[in-house]
Design a protein around this ligand. Structure first.
Ligand code: FE2
Length: 226
């Protein structure tokens, strides 16, 4: 039986954000300050969204693990400390970039930002894979899918409103068509209409036309027969 993976959807969104930002960093011309500024703002957003994600895991997912395997929970908490440090290094180099006034200096610091971003990305890609591998085994042994879904529900209820749209946007960009269709169907069934409307608009905005059409087909499938 396929078990509920508490990390699956949010991690796909976070990975999409890391990959797309990495491409943006690669395309940025560091001698063009406006272009670089835009990319730098994207990186800041990455750090903010990862920080909040770690905060929710620290408060809701790791305690569930700690109850049955404190040593493993502790090891992952330590990884979050390291993750936070990498985020801080990245933010510090961004601050230095902002404060530098000469273009040659700015271009030099932008290269440091680029290196710090790659380190942050590689760490988080490995960290998320490890969470899904190691923590899921523990969660699946001691919790039912319904209990794990309740943890997800609790986390969602605590995400500040101005962050909900940001996470939704990246999850929409990171999931495949079938996953998006299932997500929309479940929101349509379980949430107020305006929440579904807003998510539907996100799908329309973020997905290429062909993918959106396929999602729409999946969404209306069976409706005529009902
Ligand atoms: Fe984590």
């Amino acid at each position: 039986m396929q078990r509920y993976n508490i990390f699956h959807q949010i991690h796909k969104g976070l990975r999409a954000m890391l990959y797309e930002t990495a491409i943006k960093v690669q395309h940025a011309d560091f001698w063009n300050v406006d272009e670089t500024e835009d990319t730098i703002e994207n990186i800041n957003e990455v750090v903010r969204l990862f920080d909040m994600h770690a905060f929710h895991e620290d408060n809701h997912v790791f305690p569930a693990v700690e109850k049955y395997d404190p040593a493993i929970a502790d090891a992952f908490e330590q990884e979050h400390v390291q993750d936070h440090l990498l985020g801080e290094l990245l933010s510090n180099s961004i601050e230095r970039w902002k404060n530098a006034s000469i273009i040659t200096e700015k271009a030099e610091i932008a290269r440091e930002v680029q290196h710090a971003y790659v380190k942050f990305m590689v760490f988080n890609l490995e960290h998320m894979a490890k969470e899904e591998d190691v923590l899921n085994k523990i969660l699946w042994r001691y919790y039912t899918d319904a209990e794990l879904m309740a943890i997800t529900g609790q986390i969602i209820s605590e995400v500040p409103t101005d962050y909900v749209g940001k996470y939704n946007r990246w999850m929409m960009r990171g999931l495949n068509n079938a996953e998006i269709t299932r997500w929309l169907k479940s929101v349509e069934r379980n949430a107020p209409e305006y929440v579904f409307r807003s998510l539907f608009t996100t799908a329309e905005r973020e997905l290429p036309e062909r993918r959106f059409r396929l999602v729409l087909e999946g969404l209306t499938e069976g409706v005529m027969l009902a």
